[in-house]
Design a protein around this ligand. Structure first.
Ligand SMILES: Cc1cc2nc3c(=O)[nH]c(=O)nc-3n(C[C@H](O)[C@H](O)[C@H](O)COP(=O)(O)O)c2cc1C
Length: 289
């Protein structure tokens, strides 16, 4: 089966998850392709199975993901679609970020059959430890073993989004008009070497290098790709600067033990890790016997 992944990823987490999916699906005899969602990305040929993946931004899908879905041509064949999201927090509230993309895709004639959400390290607020990042990825890898099979078999994976999640998500959708305004006020320090990495990575083509320094336009989506990957940590993200994260996570380090889990939302992270570590262990045990 041809499975087309369209991925919005500011700092690489969502892209990494989708690469693992694609690897697994290809190993199962499918043909999975990955294309990055950028300002001008279009679906040129209708896929047999469409997967759209993105990070959660303020309990919502990032604005460019919604614009991308609005550009999709309406289908008469009701192709299968799946949504994948990554988030920094293991909170059920993040499921609300499935709402809008699901609604828009259904309007385009797609049969949205499943929703998968993975916790990955923060790219804003504070950096997780490498050990936390490594444990998150290890849980994701185990889950992808069975989640990829669900997609390959056109299976279903439902999610329940109640009234509270809908209300919080609707209020925080203010992020969509706010981010272009905040992004217009990004600045660079004298440490900037004009390497152009920020310009190259920006999915919205919102950065151009002028006189050796980045100039920020009016289309920032707040993905943090520029500030997170700047080799000199020279980008200042306006009123969000206290939350700026500039790290390169080492996913190959030893996974954090339970005692090493961060204090912030500690019990939620532990619940998330234990839930999936136990479930996949039982699942693998059933396969082995
Ligand atoms: C502007 C912004 C808002 C975010 N809001 C949330 C949020 O509401 N909930 C959450 O769990 N993580 C949130 N995050 C964290 C990201 O969803 C998480 O780090 C994600 O894995 C980043 O994926 P990427 O590397 O593919 O961009 C936010 C990140 C950014 C940049």
């Amino acid at each position: 089966m041809d499975i087309s992944f369209f991925v919005f990823s500011g700092t690489g987490n969502t892209k990494l998850i989708c690469s693992l999916f694609a690897e697994k699906l290809n190993g199962m005899g499918n043909k999975a392709s990955i294309e990055r969602i950028k300002k001008d990305t279009l679906i040129t040929a209708e896929p047999e199975c469409l997967v759209i993946a993105y990070p959660v931004h303020a309990f919502n899908a990032p604005a460019p993901v919604l614009s991308f879905i609005r550009r999709i041509k309406k289908s008469e064949k009701r192709p299968a679609a799946y949504l994948i999201e990554t988030s920094g927090e293991p909170l059920g509230l993040n499921d609300a970020a499935f709402l809008k993309p699901r609604k828009l895709l259904e309007k385009k004639g797609y049969d949205v059959r499943g929703f998968f959400s993975y916790v990955m390290p923060y790219n804003i607020i504070f950096p997780h430890s490498d050990g936390m990042a490594s444990r998150m990825l290890s849980v994701a890898k185990r889950r992808i073993e069975s989640d990829a099979a669900t997609i390959a078999n056109f299976g279903e994976n439902a999610v329940r989004i109640g009234a509270f999640k809908r209300i919080v998500s609707a209020i925080l959708r203010i992020e969509h008009p706010a981010m272009p305004w905040i992004g217009r006020h990004y600045k660079v320090t004298n440490d900037c070497i004009g390497c152009g990495l920020c310009e190259k990575n920006c999915p919205e083509h919102n950065i151009r290098i002028s006189n050796g320094k980045p100039v920020f336009g009016n289309d920032c989506s707040g993905c943090m790709g520029c500030a997170f990957t700047c080799p000199k940590d020279a980008i200042r993200i306006s009123i969000l600067d206290g939350w700026r994260v500039n790290v390169k996570y080492d996913f190959n380090t030893r996974p954090a033990t339970d005692d090493e889990i961060c204090h912030y939302l500690r019990s939620s992270y532990l619940r998330y890790f234990h839930k999936w570590e136990n479930r996949t262990e039982n699942h693998l045990e059933i396969i082995r016997t």
